[in-house]
Structure formats: structure tokens, C-alpha cells
Design a protein around this ligand. Structure first.
Ligand code: 13P
Length: 234
């Protein structure tokens, strides 16, 4: 964690998990979690109106590039705003790969969110192929170049190496520090999260990096006992 930052920002990405009843039970159990860290919960958008946890911020997993109007199936930034959404994940690798989202789409989403006063959490990260070819820094710089026209202190950046998501693999602290230092150098005002198989088992290792301001958690966000251990340790 960088100097001057008191609490970690912990973002919970539920992805496409939990039925309605499971989400309600999860919320009830979550109310017992104790932590001083800042938590942002990003459930399925279906459950945004059901969210009622105190001292936890609400986030969404995506937003439309469009304003209101004839865009079937989309959810706009102004609709999210009225559901009390304060943060939105954009550019997650699953959206880039499964829905062919391009940097320009992501830029548009960030513009729509900022116009509503919602904080974008921009995910960047290299694939295993790009890592093997030594293109890591270049890929991340390209993904971040869409930020040039925005006030970056209003944007959170999440470094999520694609090969680390859901695999149990994490970068070495040297690899992490190389990437995170380079991001911090160009975007010193943005909070910087790490995501990709972060867990109660590797948090002691990950936190030896001085550059991580928080974590973006997928699988661990659904396992509350382990999450509590993680929060106690980080
Ligand atoms: P895992 O923590 O399950 O690897 O997922 C990370 C992620 O994609 C969070 O957005």
C-alpha cells in the first residue's frame, strides 16, 4: 500500500453468480463481516435494488455505452446512478474476450460514468501469450491510453493479468512491482488495485508489494469465511 493511503479498497466482483435467494442469504451473512477496509460490492445488476448493506458501497459490473433510448438489454449510467451505484467495473477481460469490447467502447463507458459522478474501475492486463512475448508493459500502456482525456484522479485502475484470473496463479512481486510502478508513474492520482486469484492463501505474499492500494476479488468474494481471513490479513 502506498504512503498516505489508510484503508485498502476491496472490490467484490460477483460476476454472473448467485440466484436471488442465494444473494439474499449472502447479504445476510455478509453483514457479519468485520473490516476497516473500504468495500465495494458489485453484484449482478438484477440485485442492485435488493442491496441493503451498511458501510459498503454499491458497484455494477458494466454499463452501456449508450444514453437512454432504444438499446434493448442495455443499462445506462443514469439508470445505475438512480440505483445508488457509486462504482462501475469497465473493460474487464471477460467482457473484452466474451463480448469483443474494444478500447473505444470502454472509453465511451468511462465518459458516461464520469458524467453521472460514478467512479469507473478500469481493468487492464495482458494475456499469457502477450506475457510470454514480453509485451506486458506495452499492452497495458495501450489499454490505459484511453484515459488521456479524463481526470484520472476520478478513475480507479485495476491490474488484472488475464492468465491469473481464476487460475490460482499470481505474478511474482517483482513482476507486479514492475507493472504497478509503471502505471503509478503515468497515473499517480489513480488508486491502483490488483486482481487475479488473490486469496487468503497468497495475501501475505501479495502485500509485500508496496504498490497495491487494494484488490479486485472474483472467486474469493463468494467465500465469506475465507474473505474475512483475507480482510484481516491485508
Ligand atoms: P478471481 O479472483 O476469481 O481470479 O477473479 C478476478 C477477477 O476477475 C475480478 O474481477
Amino acid at each position: 500500500m502506498r504512503k498516505g493511503i489508510e484503508n485498502m479498497k476491496i472490490v467484490l466482483n460477483h460476476k454472473c453468480n448467485l440466484t436471488k435467494n442465494e444473494f439474499l442469504a449472502y447479504q445476510q451473512a455478509f453483514a457479519k463481516i468485520k473490516t476497516a477496509h473500504d468495500i465495494v460490492m458489485c453484484p449482478s445488476s438484477l440485485y442492485l435494488p435488493l442491496f441493503h448493506l451498511e458501510n459498503i458501497s454499491l458497484g455494477s459490473q458494466d454499463v452501456s455505452t449508450y444514453e437512454m433510448g432504444a438499446h434493448t438489454g442495455e443499462i445506462s449510467a443514469s439508470q445505475l446512478k438512480e440505483m445508488n451505484v457509486e462504482y462501475t467495473i469497465v473493460g474487464h477481460s471477460e467482457r473484452r474476450s466474451d463480448f469483443d469490447e474494444k478500447d473505444n467502447d470502454i472509453k465511451e463507458k468511462i465518459a458516461k460514468l464520469l458524467a453521472q459522478g460514478i467512479t469507473p474501475i478500469l481493468c487492464v492486463g495482458e494475456t499469457s501469450k502477450e506475457r510470454e512475448k514480453g509485451e506486458r508493459i506495452e499492452v497495458i500502456k495501450r489499454q490505459l491510453s484511453i484515459l488521456s482525456s479524463f481526470d484520472t484522479k476520478k478513475i480507479i485502475i485495476a491490474y488484472e493479468p488475464v492468465w491469473a484470473i481464476g487460475t490460482g496463479l499470481v505474478p511474482t512481486v517483482e513482476e507486479l512491482d514492475e507493472v504497478l510502478t509503471s502505471i503509478h508513474f503515468s497515473y499517480p492520482e489513480s488508486l491502483l488495485l490488483y486482481g487475479g486469484s488473490a486469496s487468503d492463501e497468497n495475501i501475505e505474499y501479495l502485500k509485500t508489494s508496496q504498490e497495491i492500494d487494494g484488490y479486485l476479488l472474483g472467486g474469493l468474494s463468494l467465500k465469506l469465511e475465507k474473505l474475512q481471513v483475507f480482510l484481516d490479513l491485508c
